[in-house]
Design a protein around this ligand. Structure first.
Ligand code: HEM
Length: 356
């Protein structure tokens, strides 16, 4: 009863709050922090009365500044991976230990999910060897390409080892307002539009790290998953997901990096044409490390989503709509999609055909 009164009170306070215009926020850091804060508050507002009674309208005190800030950042007005993981950290002490800025309810186990994701990103950043590969390709410097690929492989292996630190389990409602049976009419952003918005939630698939490595290594998922009979009529399922659920929810600079990597001449073709066994092995080691990482990811999805039956809620790192939220099918859509992606990664391996 007390709780009910408190919820009603929070609702009416939020509705009466003044609409703040975020003109004084200047740099990317301030805007990102504001986007993160508004994302957390909005999620809390929508789901404050539990998963069966979400709010249908985001009051203008939240909706208007959220919309304005989102436009400036090029992000959607919903909590994304860029918010809850990439912007959500601070240094706890001068030695470099990190902590979250905003924590969800759920204590240490919840904190672990976000911190480990952040550490996986950190491990990915040492894959900056990717840039070395690109430079070396310009001058056909085989040794340079090879060195760069070795660094990328090390980074991918470190990502997998770091990923293994994830042990927590918890249930948390960060459900989005797209393909959500509890919000079939989406969410109305008061003062922004008279039409409701349908937005997907944050997913680690919105991390650009793995997509960048895919682009560098010329791992293309469209054709293979297109042949898959899992979603009849959806010929390019991976690119559909990539665009609609992943790229549109990434910071624009991250999409730009993926595009730049995808647009440059093919590394795989170059390796096929230069018949260097060492180079081929360096490339294959990279691809194998990607396969290992994706296989471990599959194991994690089984452990945290399929096993416990958390198809619609429970894991803050998944945000895709009903197509993959396949309650009642034992998670076969989701696992089929992720296995397909893993298999196409394997297909990029080059079998050496030239004499050594
Ligand atoms: C226990 C932790 C994790 C779980 C349960 C999980 C779950 C999922 C799920 C369910 C999907 C399908 C798309 C969706 O529903 O959003 C997905 C896709 C994906 N996730 Fe994760 N994820 C986890 C951690 C991570 C981490 C740490 C990364 C990397 C930073 C990552 C990167 C990806 C990528 C790139 C995809 C797209 C498919 C692909 O390209 O392989 N995930 N994940």
């Amino acid at each position: 009863m007390e709780l009910k009164r408190m919820e009603t009170c929070i609702k009416s306070v939020t509705i009466q709050m003044p609409v703040l215009i975020p003109n004084l926020l200047n740099d990317h850091r301030e805007l990102s922090l504001a986007h993160l804060a508004l994302g957390f508050i909005s999620m809390g507002y929508v789901w404050q009365e539990g998963q069966h009674a979400p709010a249908q309208v985001l009051p203008k005190a939240l909706a208007v500044p959220y919309w304005l800030i989102s436009r400036r950042l090029g992000l959607p007005p919903i909590l994304t991976y860029a918010d809850s993981v990439l912007s959500n950290w601070k240094l706890r002490d001068p030695t470099g230990n990190m902590d979250l800025i905003f924590s969800f309810p759920g204590g240490e186990s919840c904190r672990g999910f976000f911190i480990v994701s952040l550490l996986v990103e950190l491990a990915a950043s040492s894959g900056i060897g990717a840039l070395e590969v690109m430079h070396a390709m310009k001058s056909s410097d085989v040794a340079g390409i090879q060195n760069g690929l070795v660094k990328v492989t090390q980074s991918l292996k470190k990502m997998k080892e770091t990923f293994k630190l994830m042990h927590s389990k918890f249930k948390l409602n960060l459900s989005p307002w797209r393909d959500n049976p509890m919000l079939p009419n989406g969410l109305l952003y008061e003062g922004v539009s008279t039409e409701p918005m349908f937005l997907s939630g944050g997913s680690a698939a919105q991390s650009s790290a793995i997509q960048c490595f895919d682009a560098l290594l010329c791992i293309q998922h469209e054709d293979e998953t297109g042949k898959d009979k899992m979603f009849p009529g959806k010929a390019v399922i991976y690119s559909f997901f990539l665009k609609v659920f992943f790229l549109d929810y990434m910071p624009p600079a991250h999409c730009q990096l993926i595009e730049t990597l995808s647009a440059r001449p093919s590394l795989r073709d170059l390796i096929l044409s230069c018949s260097s066994s060492d180079l081929c092995q360096a490339y294959n080691s990279c691809v194998s490390a990607m396969v290992d990482l994706r296989s471990y990811h599959l194991y994690a999805v089984q452990k945290y989503i399929i096993g416990p039956g958390n198809h619609t809620m429970g894991c803050p790192l998944r945000g895709v709509g009903t197509m993959l939220n396949d309650k009642g099918t034992g998670g076969s859509n989701l696992m089929g999609f992720l296995k397909g992606v893993c298999n196409t990664t394997k297909k990029a391996l080059i079998s050496e055909v030239w004499p050594v």
